[in-house]
Design a protein around this ligand. Structure first.
Ligand code: HEC
Ligand code: HEC
Length: 161
């Protein structure tokens, strides 16, 4: 289990590193953006680019929308299916297998708990994530001003004081 997480993390880091140089560090964004994803998944926080998590994590998130970090983020069936497909097909690993029906419910996966996220932020003290202008590590846009476009380059980072 642990191993798989590390492996996915490594795959993601490599896809980040190979992204367009010169234009800054990018998590590739799909050419075709789902409008439902942008509006529904961008209403409480930024719509996290699908390349930030593996397919199985998105599946788990979409399976648990009725209790999404303490919120009810449920959607109608059609919208849910569209968003699920968009996220999973554009995920970090393109793993399109649904979670097996027998799988135990897992805690909702977080981007901020992946191995690559911890590594990329190893020099950011946890107190910085709690600053008033940030709130939590999940608030990517507080520091990465173009995070919603998949841009995480160093020159686009500024940390609120
Ligand atoms: C009703 C508000 C609401 C809606 C709608 C919503 N979310 Fe969230 N989401 C939250 C909250 C609250 C958190 C926890 C944020 C924190 O810890 O600071 C969260 C966290 C997340 C995280 C984890 C961020 C981290 O810490 O790494 C992901 C991924 C996520 N949401 C995806 C989605 C997706 C996909 C959708 C659309 C299907 C969605 N959210 C819709 C409220 C919402
Ligand atoms: C408190 C500010 C802050 C927040 C919030 C934050 N980051 Fe970062 N992030 C940084 C800093 C500082 C770096 C290191 C800068 C550097 O050397 O590139 C970094 C690095 C990264 C990198 C690696 C970039 C590189 O050049 O190697 C990625 C990818 C990244 N962050 C994604 C995210 C995502 C996704 C979120 C939200 C879920 C997030 N970050 C939230 C400050 C933040």
């Amino acid at each position: 289990m642990k191993r798989a997480t590390v492996f996915v993390g490594m795959m993601l880091v490599s896809s980040i590193l190979y992204a367009e140089e010169g234009e800054g560090l990018r998590v590739p964004m799909p050419a075709k953006i789902s409008k439902a994803w942008k509006s529904e998944c961008g209403s409480c926080h930024m719509a996290y680019p699908p390349g930030l998590l593996p397919g199985r994590s998105w599946q788990a998130i979409m399976n648990g929308l009725s209790n999404h970090f303490g919120n009810n983020a449920s959607l109608d069936k059609v919208t849910e299916a569209e968003i699920r497909q968009f996220l999973v097909y554009n995920s970090a690993d393109h793993d399109v297998r649904p979670l097996p029906a027998t799988a135990k419910p897992t805690p909702t996966p977080r981007i901020t708990e992946t191995a690559w996220f911890r590594r990329a932020h190893s020099e950011v003290p946890s107190s910085v994530f709690r600053r008033q202008g940030v709130g939590s590590a999940a608030n990517c846009m507080a520091c990465h001003h173009a995070a919603d476009k998949g841009v995480f380059a160093e020159e686009d980072v500024s940390i609120p004081r």
